[in-house]
Design a protein around this ligand. Sequence first.
Ligand SMILES: Nc1nc2c(ncn2[C@@H]2O[C@H](COP(=O)(O)OP(=O)(O)OP(=O)(O)O)[C@@H](O)[C@H]2O)c(=O)[nH]1
Ligand SMILES: [Mg+2]
Length: 231
Amino acid sequence: MPTTKGKSRIEIVTSVMQANDRLAEQNRRRFAAAGVCAIDLIGSPGAGKTSLLEVSIPKLSGEMRAGVLAGDIATTRDAERIAALGVPVVQITTESFGGACHLEAGTVGQSLDKLDLDGLDVLFIENVGNLVCPAEFDIGHNARVVLLSVTEGEDKPLKYPLAFLEADLALITKTDLVPHLDVDLEALRRNVRKIHPRIELNMLSARSADGVGPWIDWVRRKVAGSTESRS
Ligand SMILES: Nc1nc2c(ncn2[C@@H]2O[C@H](COP(=O)(O)OP(=O)(O)OP(=O)(O)O)[C@@H](O)[C@H]2O)c(=O)[nH]1
Ligand SMILES: [Mg+2]
């Protein structure tokens, strides 16, 4: 009976999302109790998420205590890169959860047990490289950032709108490559704004540290804002 089958499928999907949202609220409460601002980084494979953390975390050291959850389907490569910075990091490999292409609130919650949250001010959560699925799941973050590199094409915000709709900040990455490409940065910016008119938007390069300042200031504001909202 196709109708019944269709109905059960919808109910299952709904209950999975509801369960995720409940666990996301639990994560958010844990972040608030520990005084941690959790920033979720989403973007295609290779958009430059880990590279951005590699240049940003040293700039923030001395003024805030950073930790990282690194999400990938397989390998601990990103966690090893972050560990070299001397900050606490936990790698989540989703292949042990069926190879999911995104992080879910429950997976993040289990990984939080491996971190001393009270010892952190900011937790960067590098989501699995994917411009689609991570945007569908609330993981309890306080802010979400979408990275799109200049090599991916100006049309990507139009083709993958949810990632841009669900983000507070869009970072156009790898701007050092612009002279070698025929990318139209104005069109790229316009397409981001067509999807999310009020989103904050910065362009930067992790190679030259070009334009990294506004992003670092954005992190400072988010961390200060989440501290104020608790006091
Ligand atoms: N030219 C240039 N290359 C960059 C920049 N940022 C990252 N890369 C390169 O792009 C590749 C992917 O960078 P990663 O930081 O590993 O990207 P990622 O988003 O963490 O990738 P996944 O975790 O696999 O999704 C690497 O070869 C980086 O060296 C940049 O600003 N400019
Ligand atoms: Mg990475």
